[in-house]
Ligand binder design. Structure first.
Ligand SMILES: C[S@@+](CC[C@H](N)C(=O)[O-])C[C@H]1O[C@@H](n2cnc3c(N)ncnc32)[C@H](O)[C@@H]1O
Length: 236
């Protein structure tokens, strides 16, 4: 590639875990790119890289960047800038960069931190991925929303009052980012009479997928990749 030409930035959704849930477009772009970047929380391997490991060509430059969570916004801003700088360096040198993102890039995706920093300077294409929002109900084997149902997506770290208000006014819900918030969420579901309809799944579509009855979940063992799905009770 001509070094006077800027590289293109690709944000690629790699799906929820099963490598066969990658789109054909994502696969084509992934294999054509000279540089593949992926993020990891500082203490973990990259899930997104693991999902596509079998498709990497073996002669691509790999860039790992860290986006630590639970930082104060002022600190996060400068750390994220530093972490994402190597991607900009490759683009400035004329190399296309594929940034992998678990699930879909624009649905709570880590790629958005790259997008907001680089998409104005570099030509950017985003490829949607199969999101956990779609994959979890299917893996659980439950139809999720019918006809004019309202679906609400709730991050579990929200305050209990907010979770309660939202759950009272929706037909179906997905509760994400459970981790240490699991007990709070389960208590609310019991209080609202929703526990019997709520389904728990972790690592959907990955080889370690587990489906556990809500009341049998050990709150100390809830992983980051876990979701509670409350399917609509309406039936057509
Ligand atoms: C930061 S969000 C990323 C969402 C992702 N971009 C997507 O489209 O699915 C992370 C949350 O997504 C949910 N999640 C992602 N993949 C999952 C999976 N394979 N099984 C269960 N939940 C998953 C979990 O609730 C997790 O806390």
């Amino acid at each position: 590639m001509n070094s006077n030409t800027k590289g293109r930035l690709y944000g690629i959704g790699v799906g929820p875990g099963d490598p066969e849930l990658l789109t054909l477009k994502a696969l084509r772009l992934l294999q054509a790119a000279p540089v593949v970047a992926y993020q990891s929380a500082t203490d973990r391997d990259s899930i997104a890289r693991a999902i596509v490991a079998q498709y990497l060509t073996g002669n691509q430059i790999e860039v790992l960047f860290h986006l630590p969570r639970a930082l104060k916004p002022e600190t996060a801003e400068s750390i994220y800038d530093q972490e994402i700088a190597p991607i900009a360096d490759h683009l400035a040198a004329g190399r296309d960069v594929v940034v992998l993102c678990e699930g879909d890039p624009f649905f709570y995706g880590s790629f958005m931190y790259v997008f907001t920093r680089l998409s104005e300077q570099y030509e950017t294409e985003v490829v949607p991925g199969v999101s956990s929002l779609m994959a979890c109900p299917v893996a659980l084997g439950v139809p999720f929303t019918y006809y004019n149902d309202i679906l609400t997506v709730l991050p579990a770290p929200l305050p209990p009052e907010e979770l309660t208000t939202q759950l009272l006014t929706t037909d179906a819900a997905a509760i994400m980012k459970l981790g240490r918030h699991f007990t709070k969420v389960r208590d609310i579901l019991h209080q609202l009479g929703l526990a019997s309809r709520a389904l728990y799944i972790e690592r959907a579509t990955m080889t370690q997928q587990r489906i556990v009855p809500l009341d049998e979940v050990d709150p100390t063992e809830v992983p980051y990749f876990a979701m509670i799905v409350i399917p609509s009770k309406n039936r057509l």
